[in-house]
Design a protein around this ligand. Structure first.
Ligand code: PTT
Ligand code: SF4
Length: 605
């Protein structure tokens, strides 16, 4: 098929072996790219391994849209067996490395084995070297990027980890461009376990397309259309921070470890404050709606803020000063720690302290304590040890019912949306294929604007539709979904892009079919790797069912367990899964995954 470089680069850090392989036509046809390639490769190659052992592999996977001159097409997926959850894990990152990788002639990079000493990978077109990184080990992601750019030039794509990844904090991310972060379920820890500090890529070739002239024309039209959208200026002003006010107004801001949905100090840190405080904006390559808000933090240094970062390091830990939140965010970026899991871990410790479950005093909103905790978590010292593997593991250690308010699903901490009063979004978190991430189905805005409190079929269908579009198409294409989500850029453009790139005609139904195939395989991966499975894996935390909000317009509201359970049953039915959430043989066969179910036979539960 046209539009792919058709090559996979495989580097084994144990043996030093470097190999280039052909991507099969079936892989391109059936899995499209990005997440689709990643899950198929993990399914075939990474079975029953310890995620932090040299037997795990980390996959850097682009899609047919990656690097083309199309709106917001500078994205790639980083995937692996997750050390945080034990299941399928991935993240999506905007980075020049994605574009350079394709220009160097590869659609996919797989790194396997473990280097005997700290190293980084240097890919310059056809030349691949494993270079010494002893001098970089221990350095922050910002320092690392500066040093590597100094050494290899500014026109270079760099993916790197901080000390958090080196020390294998289970929610360490991969960073790029001092503000892009990807791989929430511990992709940075997997790099650390391989002694891989960074991947540096320089490519000078042309990314192939079936009809480059048509593609250029479509790209220009797309960029123009986005700029002309009514919501464009509003978006440029606040980016994802526009969600902050909206969440507070609708009682879904994560506040005090998701106890409440409104924050009494929200006015000091909302989107309007961001507009006033902002000194610059940044973003991913190939994007004309760059959404990274740069503000000066309380130490006078630059920090790039998105909604999730502010929600989790602000209200969720009771901190009310935006510049202090920005400082914590910058520390997370430098250490290479996921801000969502980090905010959840700090909030968990503050609540544990308040309840007297740990002897240490860590109060809500204590900025100094939060800074110290980040360092302790990054090093795995002191109280940081308790949450080093996330809140699920911390609650298992301290017990005493703390699992009820350990805010996670499948081991991944929940993104910044409180769902006491949003059953559809709760279902979305609970059925997200990497654990509780909002990326697959951000159904919450639709839910709040329609029939918020119902648990009806339409809602379940909407969750599945969004999972197909966002989790299936956008993660595999691989391209940013925000032009569509935030400024209403038309979905009809994407089949046109794919046709100009591959030469094949696509309809959205084709993408849905690919999305369902990917979903069935991701689910199969979890079941195979976990060995046991039950519908309890698809439940949000007890807090949302048991402790109603005590403040705001949603005071007294909580989720209804019986109704949620019915919604989950319907979700399974519509997906063709059994009532334990396991895809049936028929569902596998309908999505062209014959034989997959055989590997699941013999599992327990
Ligand atoms: C993403 C998750 C998010 S989602 C945010 S803010 W968001 C957090 N950002 C972090 C950060 O910053 N620093 C840090 N140390 N940890 C962080 N963890 C959190 O990670 C990101 C944007 C955003 S900003 C969103 S919604 C959209 N996500 C997309 C997606 O998932 N797929 C897709 N096809 N397009 C998307 N577009 C948007 O990209 P994860 P990025 Mg990220 C400082 O990686 O693991 O998926 O978690 O990629 O380049 O930073 O862009 O309000
Ligand atoms: Fe990156 Fe934001 Fe542009 Fe999406 S909209 S490509 S996240 S800068």
């Amino acid at each position: 098929m046209k539009g792919y470089t058709g090559k996979l680069l495989r580097v084994n850090l144990s043996s030093g072996k470097v190999a280039t392989e052909e991507l099969s036509e079936e892989l391109k046809r059936d899995f499209l790219g990005g997440r689709g390639f990643a899950v198929k490769l993990l399914w075939d190659e990474v079975k029953h391994v310890d995620p932090l052992s040299e037997n795990n592999k980390i996959i850097f996977s682009t899609g047919p849209l990656t690097g083309q001159a199309l709106p917001s097409a500078g994205k790639m997926v980083i995937a692996s067996k997750s050390p945080l959850t034990g299941g399928y894990g991935d993240g999506n990152i905007g980075t020049m490395a994605a574009i350079h990788l394709r220009r160097a002639g590869y659609d996919v990079l797989i790194v396997e084995g473990k280097s005997p000493k700290p190293c980084y990978l240097l890919i310059e077109d056809g030349s691949v070297k494993i270079a010494d990184a002893s001098d970089l080990w221990g350095k922050s992601t910002f320092e690392t990027e500066d040093i590597l750019q100094g050494r290899h030039g500014k026109n270079t794509g760099i993916l790197d980890i901080g000390p958090g990844g080196e020390n294998q904090v289970r929610f360490a991310v991969v960073m790029s461009q001092k503000g892009r972060a990807g791989g929430r379920p511990g992709m940075g820890a997997v790099m650390g376990s391989k002694n891989l500090k960074a991947v540096v890529v320089k490519g000078t070739g042309t990314i192939p397309a079936a009809d480059p002239n048509k593609l250029r024309e479509l790209g220009k039209k797309g960029y123009d259309e986005i700029k002309a959208k009514d919501k464009y200026d509003w978006w440029i002003g606040q980016g994802t921070m526009q969600a902050f006010d909206w969440c507070n107004e609708n009682s879904c801001l994560p506040t005090y470890n998701y106890r409440e949905g409104v924050f009494e100090h929200s006015k000091g840190m909302d989107g309007e404050v961001v507009i006033k405080t902002k000194v610059d904006r940044k973003g991913c390559p190939l994007c004309n709606m760059q959404c990274g808000n740069i503000i000066e933090d309380s130490a006078g240094l630059r920090s790039e803020l998105d909604y999730e970062n502010v929600g989790m390091l602000g209200p969720n830990i009771g901190l009310k000063d935006l510049r202090q939140v920005a400082l914590l965010n910058r520390m997370a970026d430098e250490w290479g720690l996921d801000t969502i899991s980090l905010g959840s871990c700090i909030g968990f410790l503050m609540e544990a302290s308040e309840k007297g479950l740990i002897p240490e005093k860590v109060s809500w909103g204590d900025f100094e304590a939060a800074q110290k905790l980040i360092v302790d978590i990054g090093k795995g010292e002191g109280l940081g040890k308790l949450v080093f593997c996330g809140v699920r593991s911390a609650s298992e250690i301290i017990g005493k019912g703390s699992h009820r308010w350990a805010m996670q699903v499948k081991g991944l901490e929940i993104s910044a949306y409180n769902c006491h009063a949003c059953p559809g979004m709760a279902l979305s978190f609970a059925t997200s294929p990497i654990g509780a991430h909002h990326k697959d189905a951000w159904v919450i805005s639709w839910e709040i604007s329609t029939d918020r409190f119902s648990y009806n079929k339409e809602k379940v269908q909407k969750v599945i539709e969004l999972q197909r579009i966002r989790g299936g198409f956008f993660e595999s294409a691989t391209v940013c979904r925000l032009p569509w989500v935030e400024v209403s850029f038309g979905l009809q453009s994407y089949p046109e892009y794919l046709e100009a790139i591959t030469g094949n005609a696509y309809r959205w139904e084709d993408f849905y079919q690919i999305g369902d195939r990917i979903y069935n395989l991701m689910r199969a991966y979890w079941i195979r790797e976990k060995g046991t499975w039950s519908r309890q894996m698809d439940y949000p935390p007890d807090r949302w069912f048991e402790e109603p909000h005590s403040q705001g317009k949603m005071k007294g509201v909580k989720l209804d367990r019986g109704k949620y359970d019915q919604m989950l049953s319907l979700y399974y039915e519509l997906r063709g899964w059994d009532q334990n959430g396991v895809p049936t043989i028929d569902a596998f066969e309908k999505t062209g995954l014959k034989g997959v179910s055989k590997e699941l036979i013999g599992r327990n539960g």
